[in-house]
Write a protein that binds this ligand. Structure first.
Ligand SMILES: Cc1ncc(COP(=O)(O)O)c(C=O)c1O
Length: 311
């Protein structure tokens, strides 16, 4: 998807013009994949706009850096303020926000600890990613998700997305919208950029963090909403074939939001339409982010924007 440029990008504490946010080809990140990042949405509500779960995203950002010994010289609050600053300056909602930090230009060699750490926050207008309410047709990937103690799944690191790219490209060339990867032991893990939920017999199941999944913030939101509605939630290792015999299945993620699976490996999930539990959770989620229900969990950080830009 083409990126729509905005005016400014936050870099190490300053707003700079979009076109000046460049790096040197010899930066450590280009050669060794040493970046961490976040993906955040800002939603439009009737009376303004709000960034979804900003604090949790920036906390995960700092944790990704900590795992990779890349300490960022900012607090969660300073990073949240940077996001608000960029969104308000660029005045584009709804939008996608991309904080990224990486080891920059300075030294060659795998150990980049002496390279400067560069921190950027960009945003651009964005709405839907997967197939909205039509549902999505997925396959089980021939690629496994990251094995434990190889690449840490709880770090949202750029390098992890080489695995995601293999999953997504294979799905695309074979005519699917997305791929679901198994972990190295053959249990369900997640999509290339989404967490996975399955509904069976009125219970909501999702893979635990130990099955090589990212600790998704939308995943957590859906678990909170489901429990508040009295829907039982079980985090346990799940066999692949549960996908073929479940009542409902859906992806969650900042980009995917809540997207139901229409089919897996060309086997229909239920009757292919969004099932009742998914629909309940989908509605509850969108009611909060679109401001049609009270923000009872304080998930939205208000931003002051003037002229919403349609996308
Ligand atoms: C691999 C992977 N899993 C899950 C998710 C969903 O996480 P979140 O809900 O925090 O966006 C993402 C998206 O960031 C992802 O890239």
């Amino acid at each position: 998807m083409p990126i729509q440029a905005t005016k400014s990008i936050w870099h190490n504490g300053e707003l700079i013009p979009w076109e000046q946010a460049n790096i040197h080809v010899m930066s450590h990140v280009v050669h060794y994949g040493s970046s961490i990042f976040e993906g955040i949405r800002c939603y439009e509500q009737k009376e303004g706009a709000g960034v979804f779960r900003l604090h949790e995203h920036m906390q995960r950002f700092l944790h990704s850096g900590k795992i990779y010994r890349m300490e960022l010289p900012y607090t969660v609050e300073e990073l949240c303020a940077a996001v608000v600053d960029v969104v308000e300056t660029n005045n584009a909602v709804p939008c996608y926000i991309r904080p990224v930090a990486f080891r920059g230009y300075g030294e060659i060699g795998v150990n980049g600890m002496k390279c400067p750490t560069e921190v950027y926050v960009a945003n651009f207008p964005w709405s839907n990613f997967l197939h909205g309410n039509e549902g999505t047709n997925v396959c089980v990937s021939s690629w496994n998700r990251l094995a434990p103690n190889t690449m840490p799944s709880l770090a949202k690191a750029g390098a992890n997305y080489m695995n995601s790219q293999l999953i997504r490209m294979e799905a695309t060339v074979n005519g699917y919208d997305e791929g679901i990867a198994l972990d190295v032991n053959g249990y369900l893990s997640e999509g290339s950029g989404e967490n996975l939920f399955i509904v069976r017999g009125g219970t909501l199941y999702t893979s635990p963090l130990a099955n090589s999944v990212l600790n998704g913030i939308t995943r957590d939101s859906i678990i909170v909403i489901a429990r508040s509605l009295g829907i039982p939630v079980v985090e346990q290792s799940l066999p692949r074939e549960l996908l073929y015999v479940c009542d409902e299945a859906f992806f969650t993620g900042t980009a995917a939001e809540v997207t139901h699976l229409r089919s897996v490996d060309r086997i229909m999930v239920g009757d292919g339409t969004m099932g009742p539990i998914t629909a309940t959770l989908h509605k509850a989620f969108f009611d909060i982010v679109n401001g049609n229900a009270p923000d009872k969990y304080n998930w939205l950080t208000p931003v002051k924007v003037h002229q919403p830009v349609g996308v």
